[in-house]
Every structure is written in C-alpha cells, then in structure tokens.
Write a protein that binds this ligand. Sequence first.
Ligand code: NAP
Length: 283
Amino acid sequence: MTVAVTGATGALGAAVARDLADRGVEQRLVVRDPSRAPRLPGATTAVATYEDTDAMARALDGVQTLFLVSGHEDPDRISVHRSAVEGARRAGVERVVYTSFMGAAPGATFPYARDHATTELAIREAGLSLTAMRSALYADMAPLFVGVDGVIRAPAGDGRVAWVARRDVARLAAVLLTGEGHRDQVYDVSGPVAIDLHETARLLADATGRAISYHPETLEEARASRAGHPDWLVEGWIGSYLALHTGEGSVTSHTIEHLTGTPPLDLAGFLAAEPSSWAHLSR
Ligand SMILES: NC(=O)c1ccc[n+]([C@@H]2O[C@H](COP(=O)([O-])OP(=O)(O)OC[C@H]3O[C@@H](n4cnc5c(N)ncnc54)[C@H](OP(=O)(O)O)[C@@H]3O)[C@@H](O)[C@H]2O)c1
C-alpha cells in the first residue's frame, strides 16, 4: 500500500508524516516547497499545489491512500480542494483521509464547516472512499485566542469545546491511514472533555501564571473588535465561536482512545506537555 501525505510542511501533516515514519511506513510527501519537506526515513517527496490538478495527478501516481490536509482558509477554498480531489481521482487513489471539521454540514453555523462538508461530498462524488476526521478546535490554538491584555474575547456564550491536541489528531491519522476498517467512515475527533471558555481561561492562567479571563462578546462586539479584516475572514472567525454557542462544535467523542488505544490529552495535559504553545503569554 502506498500512502501519500499532503501538508507535510505544515504542523499537522509533519506530525502525521513523523508518526508514519516511526511506524516504518513508506510514504510520499506532497509539498509545494521541497526545501521545507521533512527528511524522514522511508519518505520521498513530490511537488504539487492543490490548484494544479495535473501536478497533483502526477504526484499521486501509484498512491492508494491519501492524507489530504485542507488548504489554507480562502474564499476559493472549495475549488482548490476540488482540484486536489480531481488530481487524486485521475491518479487512481482509492481512499482519502481528509482533515474535516466538527459539525461539517451544508447548513453549519461555522462557514468553514460548510466548506468541509462540500469537500467531503466532492471526495465521495469523485468515487473515492472517504475517511473524514471531523476535528474539534486544536488545543494548540487555545493560547492564540488570548488577547495582549489577557482576555479571550469571543461570541461563544457558555458554549463548550473538547479541545484536541494536534499530536493526538496526528496519532489517529496514522492509524486511519494504515489500519483496516476505516473506508467510508466519518469520525468526530475531540479531546476527552468539553469545557467552556471561562474554564479554558482558568487553565491557561494556571499554566502561564498570569491573569487570563474570558469576555463573552455580543455579535456586534465580535464584529467591531475584528473590523478591518475581510468579511469572509471575520465571519469565519466569529462562526467558529458561534458553533460552540450552538453546540455544533462541542461534541465529545471517544474516537481517539477507541481507535489508538491511548486516551487523548485534555487542555491542562496539553499545556503541560507543550509549554512552547503558551510561552508568548508568559513573557
Ligand atoms: N481544528 C482546528 O482548530 C484547526 C486549526 C487550524 C487549522 N485547521 C485545519 O487543519 C489543517 C491543518 O492544520 P495545520 O495546523 O497543519 O495547518 P498549517 O500548519 O497551516 O499547514 C497547512 C499545510 O497545508 C499546505 N497547503 C495549504 N494550501 C495548500 C495548497 N493550495 N496546495 C498545497 N498545499 C497546501 C501548506 O503548505 P505550505 O507550507 O506550502 O503553505 C501546509 O503544509 C489546516 O489547513 C486547517 O484547514 C484546523
């Protein structure tokens, strides 16, 4: 079985590639800039952007199972993904493990979750087997939500999120790419417990030793505090919090422990394991 990994110059793809290499899996890393591709035993590198369907088809020639990392947020993201999927179809890829998002659905509150639903459908309509990883918000992102004044401002109300560490998502991805029984499966992927943003702020304060709090914004406040950025980006940011308010992004699943045999970290565990994620807050 030949496995290919896209996004290997990014955080998640690199972690998946490392995990596969540790398991002795041979893999092809599909990247835009080969000079930034990780050097790993058993890994070769091919160059393609998602937008270049022909290059994707060439890069994926002979590949059976593809780890497709969703592209950077962009108003045109769906057509970028469609191009990558078409390249995979032409190359004869059988199965795509795709980094989707919790609550992916055509009517989702979070705009990017709608894009992920469209991409999931595009993979299936191309005749490829889909393994969807619908991830909760990454724990790695939580310290980045804190403003310079130590306040998390977001229109999430008392909504909850089961923060999931990228390292746990990567462990799961390696199992989904190499194990049996994951064809045509949709998995919710989360940490072990859903907490609200007050509790999130408290855990960040404990880890960093500085005062951190959560201010639940109204929609008007949320738009005003993000003014000056493009509308699609502002609606994306706001939508990710509103999906916690509605509960769409708040699901707690047992997928990681069930399929990998090891429970995922909770937010406190992640902050203890990766102090570099919040080092900027303690300066
Ligand atoms: N659940 C969450 O909280 C959460 C948070 C952040 C992101 N995400 C999603 O998860 C994905 C992976 O996260 P990450 O942290 O690993 O992101 P990341 O570090 O930004 O990595 C994204 C990777 O995708 C590649 N890529 C993006 N657009 C591409 C294109 N058009 N053609 C080819 N390659 C392309 C990038 O290549 P370059 O290095 O060449 O740019 C990079 O290797 C993200 O893309 C995003 O959709 C989820």
